[in-house]
Structures are given as C-alpha cells and as structure tokens.
Design a protein around this ligand. Structure first.
Ligand SMILES: Cc1cc2nc3c(=O)[nH]c(=O)nc-3n(C[C@H](O)[C@H](O)[C@H](O)COP(=O)(O)OP(=O)(O)OC[C@H]3O[C@@H](n4cnc5c(N)ncnc54)[C@H](O)[C@@H]3O)c2cc1C
Length: 401
C-alpha cells in the first residue's frame, strides 16, 4: 500500500510517522515544496502546548488538543526534546470579563484539562509577580516547545521506518486513475493508493486538485510579534493571556516565554495579502485576487471590518501593540521591546463568511485533506495523525503492527 503525504509541516510528518509505525505494509512518501521541513506555520508559531481550556466540549479541538498535549509530552520526555511546563495565566482585567473567564474555567473542566486553578486578583502575583487583574485562571500544565525541532525528530523516525521525504517537491496535480491517484510534483510523477494532504496555507488549493469541494477557502491572517529585550524578560515567568474575544478563533495578544528563553508579545491577526506574506510589503497578486474573489470574503469583511481596521492600525503602531499587553502587565513599556517577527495562520472561511472554528478534514475519492488546522493543531498534531490514520484504516486493509 503506497501512501503520499502532501506537506512537510508538523501534521504531514506526524501522519507519515503514524502510518509507517502502525502499518507494516504501508510505504509513505512525503512531498514538501520548500527545501526544509516546518518552514511555514509549524516554524512560525508561538510554541505553546495548549492544555485545551478554550474549546467547545465535544469538538475535535477539545478532544484532540487534550490527547495531543499528553502524547507530545511523552514524546519529548522519551527523546530529550526540551519541553517546559512553565504554565499560563488567563487574566480578566475588569469585572465584565469575570463571567467569560468563569465560562472558560468550566469548559476546561468539561474538557478534562488537568491542573486548572481559579485565582482571585490578589493571588495573581504569586504566579506572575508583574501581572494584574480582577481574577485569573492558572493552567499549570500549559507548556512550551520548539515545534520545528519536534517535526525534524518525527521526520527522522519516518526515514528510519523506511519512508521517503522529498524536499523541494511541490505537488501540482492529483489525478484519479481507477483505484490509484497519480501525484505530479515537478518532473516527478508517481501512483499512490491513497493521498493525505496537510498543505496548511494551501489546503484549499491542494484539495481542489483532487476535485474536493472548493469551500471552505483559506484566508491568510498574519500574526505579528514584538520580542522583549533581554533585560525585560523577567517581567514574565511563563505565559500571560487576556480573556479572548469569543467572536474570533484567535486568543488575543499575549506574552509568551519561548523554549530559547526569549519572550514575545503577540500575535495580532492582520489580513495578509500573500499566503506566505510574513511582512506588510509581501503581496502576491494571485493570492490577493483569490482572497477578494472567495465566496465568503465580502461577508467576512462586512462583519469584521472594524476589528480588522483596529488590528491593522495596532500592527503599524508599536505603542498600540504594547498597550494591549499593558492591560495585564502595567510595567511594560514600548522601550522594553526590540525586534519583530511573524507567522501566517491558515484560517478556513466558508462561503457565508464564517471563520471555521473546529478542525476540518474532508475526503474526495482516495484523497483525504486537512482543510482547517489552526491553533492548537501543532499541540494536537500526534492525536490528529492518529485520528486520520484510523479514518483510513479500512483502506489500508493490512494488519496493524
Ligand atoms: C502565528 C501563529 C501562532 C500559532 N501558535 C500556536 C501555538 O502556540 N500552539 C499551537 O498548537 N498551534 C499554534 N499555531 C498553529 C500551528 O502552527 C498550526 O496549526 C500547525 O503548524 C499546522 O501544521 P500544518 O502541518 O498543517 O501546516 P504547515 O506547518 O503550514 O505545513 C504545511 C506544509 O505544506 C507545504 N505545502 C503546501 N502546499 C504544498 C504543495 N502543493 N506541495 C508540497 N508541499 C506543500 C508547505 O510548504 C508547508 O510546509 C500557530 C500558528 C501561527 C501562524
């Protein structure tokens, strides 16, 4: 049984590893268009291993985040990959946020998140000495990791198990031929029994190659960060988050410690004019045209233009950006931040202009496509891989190892 995986981000490589380790007779080939693994979302994220507090009970996010965090923790312990449970606070800065914070706390319990503690305002400084608020949730098990490092480690397993990883191999066609799918990548063309597409920012395009539903489309949202100067890192011990706006699948500008010791403020969420547009000046005419033409874009723009404009203004004003974090760490000053960095989120938007919240996986013939895998998909990656492989178990029709 030959399986092709499109995409060498954490999901594609985790799926390849899961296939190779569970199914003796499967041979797996990963196609990655860049010259290295983890070049896009996986290598440009906050590096947080989410505990699973926010997500709708019963959703894929809730189930796979809690399971995925546990699996990732075990993998990192086995492989000596740095993994730091530095913990996270979600802070209500005013009385109006108390009930939404309580709702998140209850959700966390419903989702089976371990180690959650409710704190009243006076107790916040026992966890984060420079933070302030009327109440907070402390999630002691929220951790940090380097997802690019994890992906490279998974890639090594794929190679050791006999899988092949083609770098610099962009998949440009998926043609169905009876029970086979012919995968075209540059001058390479080969037949496979099954294809799993984990193409991130290009998820809709690759799914369309296989004749899958064009809806939903991917809208790229850049997340920008400022990095704290080394002397200011002590303002934050772990992670400090605001209470998120329930209308959006983004968590709000937060302070995050990273595994290399650096601390960032971010990310915001600004519409990007290129799918891999890491800077304001990055514009792809094809990408921008596709965004504007996509069925849900105008409706989304109509509903969210005010937030979009605020985010765009905050993005160009360092002062506004820092002011967002100062609500819960008042000592923070513009002079505490130095460099900038960014990532681009692949957010699926449906034809009604709704930002799809949950993970979405579709199938067209012998091609399975991950259509929406925003945060916490890096946290959930090992569990998502397990779930995709069990979806195609019948097709593999081989004895599990
Ligand atoms: C700013 C930001 C912050 C985030 N923070 C967190 C966090 O703290 N915790 C968390 O759990 N999640 C976080 N996420 C989400 C997380 O990074 C993603 O959910 C996860 O990395 C998705 O992995 P992926 O493999 O699907 O996508 P990607 O990492 O984007 O990989 C997709 C790969 O497919 C390749 N590809 C695309 N098209 C083709 C083609 N035609 N042929 C061959 N290759 C192709 C791309 O080059 C790419 O390497 C964040 C994301 C962003 C952007």
């Amino acid at each position: 049984m030959k399986v092709a995986v499109v995409g060498g981000g954490i999901l594609g490589v985790a799926v390849a590893r899961e296939l190779m380790s569970k199914h003796d007779a499967a041979t797996v080939t990963v196609f990655e268009k860049e010259s290295d693994l983890a070049t896009h979302q996986t290598g440009h994220n906050s590096g947080v291993v989410h505990a699973g507090v926010y997500y709708q009970p019963g959703s894929l996010k809730a189930r796979l985040c809690v399971a995925g965090a546990r699996m990732l923790r075990e993998l990192c312990a086995q492989r000596d990959i740095p993994y730091d449970e530095c913990g996270k606070l979600i802070v209500a800065t005013g009385e109006r946020q108390r009930q939404p914070l309580r709702d998140i706390f209850d959700r966390g319990h419903d989702n089976g998140v371990p180690g959650l503690v409710w704190l009243e305002g006076a107790d916040i400084t026992s966890i984060e000495p420079h933070a302030t608020g009327v109440a907070a949730i402390h999630s002691a098990r929220t951790a940090i990791v380097d997802y690019a490092r994890v992906t490279r480690e998974l890639g090594r397993d794929v190679a050791e198990l006999g899988g092949v990883i083609h770098l610099g191999a962009e998949v440009t066609s998926l043609a169905s031929r009876g029970t086979q799918v012919v995968v075209g990548a540059g001058d390479r063309s080969d037949s496979f029994d099954l294809v799993v597409a984990c193409a991130g920012l290009h998820a809709d395009r690759v799914a369309r190659l296989a004749g899958d539903d064009p809806d939903p489309t991917i809208i790229p949202f850049r997340g920008e960060y400022h990095v704290l100067k080394e002397a200011s890192r002590s303002l934050v011990r772990g992670m400090i988050y605001p209470v998120p706006d329930p209308r959006y699948p983004f968590l709000g500008v937060h302070l995050t410690r990273h595994i290399d010791g650096s601390v960032s403020i971010g990310p915001n969420a600004v519409l990007a004019l290129a799918r891999e547009g890491y800077r304001w000046r990055d514009l792809s005419r094809r990408d921008a045209w596709e965004i504007v033409r996509s069925p849900g874009f105008l409706q989304m723009a109509k509903t969210h233009w005010r937030t979009g404009a605020t985010e765009a203004y905050g993005s160009v004003s360092k002062r506004r950006f820092v002011a967002a974090a100062r609500r819960y760490v008042p000592e923070l000053k513009v002079s505490d931040v130095s460099s900038r960095t960014s990532g681009v989120r692949a957010q699926a938007v449906d034809r009604r202009g709704e930002l799809i919240d949950d993970f979405r996986i579709t199938r067209a013939g012998r091609v399975v496509s991950v259509r929406n895998a925003p945060s916490p998909a890096a946290t959930s990656s090992l569990a998502i891989a397990e779930s995709i492989v069990s979806m195609i178990d019948d097709d593999l029709r081989v004895t599990p190892r």
